[in-house]
Design a protein around this ligand. Structure first.
Ligand code: GDP
Ligand code: IMO
Ligand code: MG
Length: 427
């Protein structure tokens, strides 16, 4: 099979968009398989920065078929805004397919997302408030509305009314005066569904056939392994699984159809939203990295939390996803530091543990063992080969490879495609 999975190995924002766009030049298909517009994937095309939330990162190439598979949750209004932005920038010749089975995110999902966050107050997750959790909740409660359902007037009206009744009762129980109005939402859907209709297809069959014909298919993960609903830092996670193992289910292809898994690894660590972060830095070093790396959320604009590189997370991501290679991004951001730290082990009572402790009481006892490396001063954003890197930057990459226990196939020294250095062939 000619398939490649691109997986975030940390808490998201590792540069998946940039790397997917870079690798998509050789692809036939780019497939988003989970999440929704909680994702924010930044890409530079013709010196302009685009932030994609739902659209796959192959959308700028006219020969690449971009797919939103069944595992994605789709905010119709958000999607149409993104399509309009593309068209406004003269990208009119794109190929897009949307799975009939993907579920829809409605404005009431966003409202409930925001309401639950408010109610949780200091215990809130820090979601993107894009309605992702409530939309997946409806899907697993079997009251969700799929893309295909939008085109059956009677069924749509019935399902939507049932859903609105449930949501309005929920709002009432929290003494929220503002109610959801069926008529106005239904009318808006009748208009917007016409825009997406030409893209709606049985994408599972299309991708299955494409893979059997040896077409090159790239699967673009959103979020990162530690935000996985099952294998992340629960409950501070998203509501889908960004792992490689979730691809077959979320796309509708056999589980042995994924052969290469490229982990995207930021050269340090970031996290948006709440939850455990054992290598977090809170002094002025974090501010320096935040400014240099422009570490502010693509979707929400929130300042990202910053931490040292954590090799234990990469070993974990390798175990959960079967990473075959990694791509190290944002290495250029680390120029100009006296010293850099790499977490190599977590220990409880002096004993090395595997993965992140699940319980608060264990987390409190967890110590991080660091390797301290000398930094480098030189600007590396224009280099083209590994050989041109300062000696200490080479040592830093080698340490990532050694303690992450996975081969570096590529590294990146800037947000643009040409600032990517390939070390070994990826696919
Ligand atoms: P994603 O969600 O994984 O696609 O990552 P985001 O796009 O949310 O965040 C990554 C940020 O880093 C974006 O602003 C990218 O433009 C930027 N970026 C990606 N690779 C590099 C790199 O190698 N160096 C620098 N300086 N910026 C990068
Ligand atoms: P990309 O694809 C970083 C985080 C939110 C919050 C948690 C749950 O750009 O890497 P949600 O809205 O999904 O219910 O929020 O997950 N989160 C992300 N953090 N990058 C993302 O996507 C994220 N998508 C969700 O900040 O902590
Ligand atoms: Mg992002």
């Amino acid at each position: 099979m000619n398939s490649l999975a691109i997986i975030g190995t940390q808490w998201g924002d590792e540069g998946k968009g940039k790397i997917t766009n870079y690798l998509a030049k050789d692809a036939d298909f780019v497939v988003r398989y989970q999440g929704g517009n909680n994702a924010g994937h930044s890409i530079f095309v013709n010196n302009k920065k685009f932030s994609l939330h739902l659209l796959p990162s192959g959308i700028f190439y006219k020969n690449v078929v971009n797919v939103l598979a069944n595992g994605v949750v789709i905010d119709l209004f958000g999607l149409v805004d993104e399509l309009n932005e593309l068209k406004a920038n003269n990208f009119k010749d794109f190929k897009l397919l949307i799975s009939e089975r993907a579920h829809v995110v409605f404005p009431y999902h966003k409202k409930i997302d925001g309401l639950f966050e408010e109610l949780k107050a200091k215990d809130k997750i820090g979601t993107t408030k894009q309605g992702i959790g409530p939309a997946y909740t409806d899907k697993s409660s079997r009251i969700g509305i799929r893309i295909i359902d939008l085109f059956d007037d009677k069924y749509l009206a019935k399902r939507l009314k049932e859903n609105i009744l449930i949501k309005n009762n929920l709002l009432k129980s929290f003494k929220i005066e503002d109610q959801i109005d069926f008529d106005s939402l239904y009318q808006k859907i009748l208009v917007i569904r016409k825009i997406i209709k030409p893209f709606v297809k049985d994408t599972a069959k299309i991708i299955y056939d494409a893979l059997n014909q040896d077409k090159k298919v790239l699967f673009e993960g959103a979020q990162g392994v530690l935000l996985c609903l099952d294998h992340g830092t629960y409950p501070f996670v998203t509501s889908s699984s960004p792992t490689a193992s979730s691809i077959p289910l979320n796309v509708g292809i056999p589980c042995n159809y994924i052969n290469e898994v490229l982990g995207i690894v930021k050269a340090y660590t970031t996290r948006v939203g709440r939850g455990v972060f054992l290598t977090e830095i809170t002094d002025q070093i974090s501010e320096k990295i935040r400014i240099k790396g422009k570490e502010f959320g693509t979707t929400t604009g929130r300042a990202r939390r910053i931490g040292w590189f954590d090799a234990t997370l990469i070993r974990y991501a390798k175990r959960i996803n079967g990473l075959t290679k990694i791509s190290v991004t944002l290495l250029d951001v680390l120029s100009g530091f006296e010293e850099l730290k790499i977490a190599i082990n977590y220990k409880i009572n002096g004993k090395i543990i595997d993965g992140i402790p699940l319980l608060e009481e264990d987390l409190l006892k967890t110590e991080v063992e660091y390797l301290i490396l000398k930094g480098w001063k030189e600007d590396i954003s224009k280099i083209k080969t590994f050989a041109e890197l300062p000696e200490n930057a080479k040592k830093y990459l080698r340490a990532i490879e050694k303690y992450g226990e996975v081969k570096i196939a590529q590294f990146s020294v800037g947000p643009k495609a040409e600032q990517t250095i390939d070390l070994i062939k990826i696919w």
